[in-house]
Ligand binder design. Structure first.
Ligand code: NDP
Length: 491
């Protein structure tokens, strides 16, 4: 049976009855169908969420009771983690070992926000009037539209739903039309836990009309979006119609800076891990490798050899280290970028194409490294979102910082060096929100995640991510009510 929407506590087909097939990117075979919703389906979810928020009981449910449901959901996800991992691998393409990590992280995310729901969130303020107690409380924002991409189908759902529900909001999830599979089982578990109707819903379908309807609707209070900048801009414009609260997690072109004193073996591993984890379809990928000249001389020949050895294959095969890209269209986009890099005069150190063997049926792209790049090249400036690394060489710390920041993006970045003071100096001058010293990629539910510059607006995860799903209300209580004596003619 085609995957169904989850609206007002029930699994339902699209109003039109239409469905859309989805595929396994390892061979482009059709692996299922999902409801192809319209604005009308989105509107039904919005109306149910509006009622659930305005009339309750979810926003009024005590934090401890909300937490209990989220803890239970986390346990259920954990108990089916292997199944979730297999689903994301089949539908997204990423190797099983990565999808397993995502499943574990998803359970951890629900658990973290379940715990946070019951922690103190208000404050009291010392104000100038001794008769006033001034306090703040945090309240849910309301109805939240949550639009997620295809690169982390399950985990992105958790990043959105967990803080939203923990804070008492009514959430409507819009998965990517390319990766609907794991969300269907997530909502089976949500149904099993038993949230009030309308508190948590999902609508499948295309970005336009489903996502765009959520972004435009005056009945939606907040939009949280992860995806590309072009779509992010449309969402922001639509959300401006009723001044929705908005969070945008967009892309990056993140620098991975390595000084000459870095252990070459460590440099090699993290240069590769930074870009080739998740086939490079990772917003925070270290897609620019900035090498101090003496390290480049030693590292690059080894990098070329090591990339040839990466096991590129279907994610479901346990020994696969890198999977296919999400779609034929995306594979073409990435190959076009590689072509553009060659035309602009960059030199291929390794990779540079697709495969002619059994992998030709899927959307595989070779691990690709460009050297002899210039800062103005497209492959250095634009987010490719694939396994394509651009190497840049520097001679001084100042030059490293200048090259690193010479980008419109500001999502992530890393510095590798044994000089602790230099690591701090450089990382603090990096105009980016998520940074690492002597490592790349570790991400924690407990710590804030968000970009500078055109990498986005707002912060997810950690306490910041919870606060982003709340409004702050100021409450002033008078301890000694008396006439203010303002209008002389009364009283
Ligand atoms: P999009 O940004 O278009 O997709 C992200 C989500 O937005 C999907 O759920 C999509 O739905 C939805 N969407 C699409 N159009 C609209 C709209 N008009 N209003 C509201 N929601 C909409 O990603 P793409 O798949 O097109 O990828 C394009 C580029 O974006 C990639 O090449 C990559 O550079 C970047 N990207 C960045 C990601 C990140 O994590 N920062 C993640 C994914 C992509 P649907 O899938 O159904 O169209």
């Amino acid at each position: 049976m085609p995957l169904q929407n989850y609206i007002n506590g029930k699994f339902v087909p699209a109003v039109s009855g239409e469905t859309r097939p989805f595929h396994n990117p390892a061979d482009n075979s059709t692996i299922g169908e999902a409801a192809e919703s319209s604005a009308e389906d989105a509107q039904r979810a919005i109306l149910a969420a509006r009622k659930a928020f305005d009339e309750g009981p979810w926003p009024q449910t005590p934090a401890g009771a909300r937490a209990e449901k989220l803890f239970k959901l986390a346990d259920l996800i954990e108990s089916r983690a292997e199944e979730f991992a297999a689903m994301d691998t089949r539908n997204n393409g990423k190797p099983l070992r990565e999808a397993r990590f995502d499943a574990a992280d998803t359970a951890g995310c629900f658990r973290y926000y379940a715990g946070l729901a019951t922690k103190p969130h208000g404050q009291t303020f010392e104000v100038g009037d001794p008769n006033i107690v001034c306090q703040t409380v945090r309240e849910p924002v309301g109805v939240c539209g949550q639009i997620i991409p295809w690169n982390y189908p399950l985990l992105m759902a958790a990043w959105k739903l967990a803080p939203g529900l923990a804070a008492g909001n009514c959430c409507i999830l819009k998965p990517s039309e390319l990766t609907p599979l794991s969300a269907s089982v997530l909502f089976e578990l949500i149904d099993e836990v038993g949230f009030p109707p309308g508190a948590v819903q999902m609508v499948y379908g295309a970005g336009d009309p489903v996502g765009s309807h959520l972004a435009e609707s005056p009945l939606v209070d907040k939009i949280a979006f992860t995806g590309g900048g072009t779509t992010g801009r449309k969402v922001m414009v639509a959300a401006a119609s009723n001044f929705k609260k908005i969070s945008l997690e967009l892309g990056g072109k993140s620098p991975n800076i390595m000084f000459a004193d870095t252990d070459p073996a460590l440099a090699l591993e993290f240069a590769m891990f930074g870009i080739f984890a998740g086939q490079g379809e990772v917003c925070s990928a270290g897609s620019r490798l900035l090498l101090e000249r003496p390290l480049a001389a030693e590292l690059l020949p080894r990098l070329a050899q090591a990339c040839e050895k990466i096991v590129v294959g279907p994610g479901l095969e346990e020994d696969s280290e890198m999977g296919p890209l999400i779609s034929r269209a995306h594979q073409k986009k990435v190959l076009d970028y590689i072509q553009a890099g060659c035309v602009e005069g960059a030199e291929l150190l390794c990779g540079g194409g697709a495969y002619n063997d059994r992998r030709a049926a899927g959307n595989f792209v070779q691990p690709t490294v460009f050297i002899n790049t210039r800062p103005e090249m497209q492959i250095v400036r634009e987010e490719i979102f694939g396994p394509v690394l651009a190497v840049q060489i520097f001679d001084t710390e100042e030059e490293a910082i200048r090259l690193a920041n010479d980008t419109e993006y500001g999502l992530a970045g890393a510095v590798f060096t044994r000089d602790g003071a230099r690591a701090q100096r450089v990382i603090r001058r990096l105009r980016a929100g998520i940074t690492w010293i002597n490592t790349y990629h570790p991400t924690f539910n407990e710590a804030p995640w968000g970009g500078y510059k055109r990498s986005g607006i707002g912060i997810e995860l950690g306490t910041y991510g919870y606060e982003a799903y709340t409004e702050v209300k100021q409450i002033n209580t008078c301890l000694n009510p008396q006439s203010p004596g303002w209008f002389k003619g009364i009283g």
